[in-house]
Design a binder for this molecule. Structure first.
Ligand SMILES: Cc1cc2nc3c(=O)[nH]c(=O)nc-3n(C[C@H](O)[C@H](O)[C@H](O)COP(=O)(O)OP(=O)(O)OC[C@H]3O[C@@H](n4cnc5c(N)ncnc54)[C@H](O)[C@@H]3O)c2cc1C
Length: 544
């Protein structure tokens, strides 16, 4: 059956067939696909422009950790033909320009409503639709709700007394102002040494008068090895796009790097060192995603690699005490998100940079003049909070999402984080998620494009089969949960506190590790499962 006035899916008394929340990489492509398929669709975005992550994170030094060309959209040959990247790892302004170009190139803006924060989403069972409430009090109705909220889009501040009492300027990296911030001559504090902190610290150190870095927990950083892309090189990249995207789809995490089939101790020590030296000199995620197959699952292999990385840090930092502070002792390399750096470690050789170890000297509070630790008051003109996100579920928690019998999604997930394919949730009919909890991490756009197309096909199926409601079956959710657990078992990362295992000490309740907070399997194993569900006619779902 085709779409039309009598089609159950299409109810013209509802405002839309589909509402998508979020205008980042996910939301923009979801809009493109749904519109092309003839759905009445609207994107609601709380920012004033497109770009999501790249709209909000304007902090100095913000840039890709994925290669620009492997991160970009692959769906349009024309777009691939038209866009030139200037660096292997583009900076935030260039990425935002790219996403703005995409939005205007495909006339997406006319279907996006900006400055629209969704605060409530309630499922109306009698009529199988969602009713959304926006922060201005207005409401929107839709048959299907798609969340494209982002896994890292809900910034968190540290739980420190006195944050509001500081009299200087203070910023969170993910809420950076659109207007330029002056660093020259300023004494600056950076709190946090995760990926955003590392990028900020290495970028501003040479400009500020004095920089004090407050570190609670060091991360293993690897060299980015960025370089410009000339026009000839861009030509070669362009000629290779098809092969590159195929490579990404065959890798574990959607990157151009795949694990080496050899085990760490299957090669002799000389060969091992030479392999690691090569990876250390290669671009981007190579040393994390392109290493021996067992470095992220075998404790001894991981320890050997961590020792290698520690030796590099010791070589690069003059003061041995500072070097020891920057070497993680509580987790092995790659078991938390690896920040990629450009002369980050050398930053600590500068006379105008100090590192404060918060384990030795914890912050007591933020004062009007700066940061008071147990040792002393660090007087500064500016505080930068590089303290990350309430990851993965944080952007869902902010919205009052209610499914059947008014059950709150937050309550459900607080007691048991459960989905089906990271796309659906039991008892939340017609709610579909792009990059939801239990989804693939890695090089996100590769996985986002796949999920968006999968979700679009599901909705086309509903419309063509004259269906108005979909949710996963109980047995499908159960077997997916078992699959998630099985795929998580071997990863060392699951035994470590990090945002990837659901820990954030600045968020009440996020103090217990969640197995399968992210999908532990490969891109291929995820796609095989999703493909089999679609090819089998969506038997795992209950339709009406
Ligand atoms: C600093 C930084 C660097 C990163 N670097 C990389 C990288 O190199 N490679 C990589 O693969 N990934 C990277 N990531 C992950 C990145 O988030 C994804 O690559 C990708 O941008 C996610 O796109 P998205 O559209 O799913 O989510 P987002 O880009 O986060 O977009 C979500 C959108 O939803 C909107 N939104 C949320 N809640 C609401 C609401 N209630 N109402 C209305 N709108 C709402 C937000 O405003 C936002 O615009 C990085 C993340 C960060 C923070």
């Amino acid at each position: 059956m085709s779409s039309g006035a009598s089609n159950k899916f299409v109810n013209k008394s509802l405002d839309y067939d589909v509402v998508v929340i979020g205008a980042g990489i996910s939301g923009l492509y979801q809009l493109y696909c749904l519109r092309k398929a003839g759905f009445r669709v609207c994107v609601l975005e709380r920012g004033t422009g497109v770009g999501g992550t790249w709209y909000w994170n304007r902090y100095p030094g913000a840039r890709f950790d994925s290669e620009s060309y492997s991160y970009a959209y692959s769906f349009s040959e024309e777009l691939l033909e038209e866009w030139n990247w200037s660096e292997h790892f583009a900076s935030q302004p260039e990425i935002l320009r790219y996403l703005e170009y995409v939005a205007s190139r495909f006339s997406l803006l006319k279907n996006i409503r900006f400055s629209c924060e969704v605060t409530k989403a309630h499922y109306i069972d009698e009529t199988s639709h969602w009713k959304l409430t926006l922060s201005n009090g207005s409401t929107v109705t839709t048959r299907v709700l798609i969340t494209a909220l982002g896994i890292l889009s809900e910034p968190t501040f540290p739980d420190i007394e006195g944050i509001d009492s500081f009299s200087g300027d203070s910023f969170h990296t993910a809420l950076w102002p659109k207007t330029p911030v002056e660093f020259k001559g300023k004494n600056v504090a950076v709190i946090g040494t995760g990926a955003s902190g590392v990028q900020t610290i290495q970028e501003i150190a040479a400009t500020v008068r004095h920089l004090t870095v407050f570190q609670r927990r060091p991360n293993w950083c690897a060299p980015l090895n960025n370089s410009p892309i000339g026009l000839d090189e861009m030509k070669d990249i362009r000629a290779n796009y098809n092969d590159m995207f195929t490579l990404c789809s065959k890798s574990h995490g959607g990157f151009i790097w795949t694990l080496d089939p050899r085990g760490t101790f299957e090669v002799n020590p000389k060969e091992r060192m030479s392999f690691w030296e090569d990876l250390y000199a290669s671009r981007g995620m190579s040393i994390w995603q392109g290493n021996f197959r067992d470095v992220l699952s075998d404790t001894n292999a991981n320890r050997a690699l961590s020792d290698f990385m520690a030796s590099k840090i010791r070589q690069r930092i003059r003061d041995p005490e500072v070097a020891e502070l920057l070497i993680p002792k509580d987790h092995g390399f790659g078991t938390r998100r690896v920040p990629l750096e450009t002369r980050y470690y050398e930053t600590y050789n500068r006379p105008n940079v100090d590192l404060v170890d918060l384990n030795r000297n914890p912050i007591i509070r933020i004062s009007s003049k700066g940061v008071l630790t147990s040792e002393k008051e660090h007087k500064v003109d500016m505080i930068i909070y590089a303290t990350g996100f309430n990851a993965i579920t944080g952007s869902f928690d902010r919205i009052d999402i209610r499914g059947l019998s008014s059950q709150a999604l937050k309550d459900k997930w607080d007691s048991d984080l459960e989905t089906f394919l990271a796309v659906q949730v039991l008892n939340f009919p017609n709610l579909l998620m792009i990059n939801g909890p239990q989804g693939l991490g890695g090089n996100h756009p590769r996985n986002i494009e796949y999920s968006v197309e999968w979700v679009t096909s599901l909705l086309e199926h509903m419309r063509s089969e004259n269906l108005e409601r979909v949710e996963p079956s109980i047995s499908a959710v159960k077997s997916w949960s078992e699959h998630i657990r099985a795929k998580s078992e071997s990863a060392l990362a699951n035994n470590i506190d990090s945002w990837m295992t659901g820990i954030n000490t600045n968020v009440p309740g996020k103090d217990k590790r969640v197995i399968g907070f992210r999908y532990g399997g490969s891109v291929q194993s995820y796609r095989m499962l999703c493909d089999s569900v679609a090819e089998g006619g969506y038997k795992e779902m209950v339709f009406s």
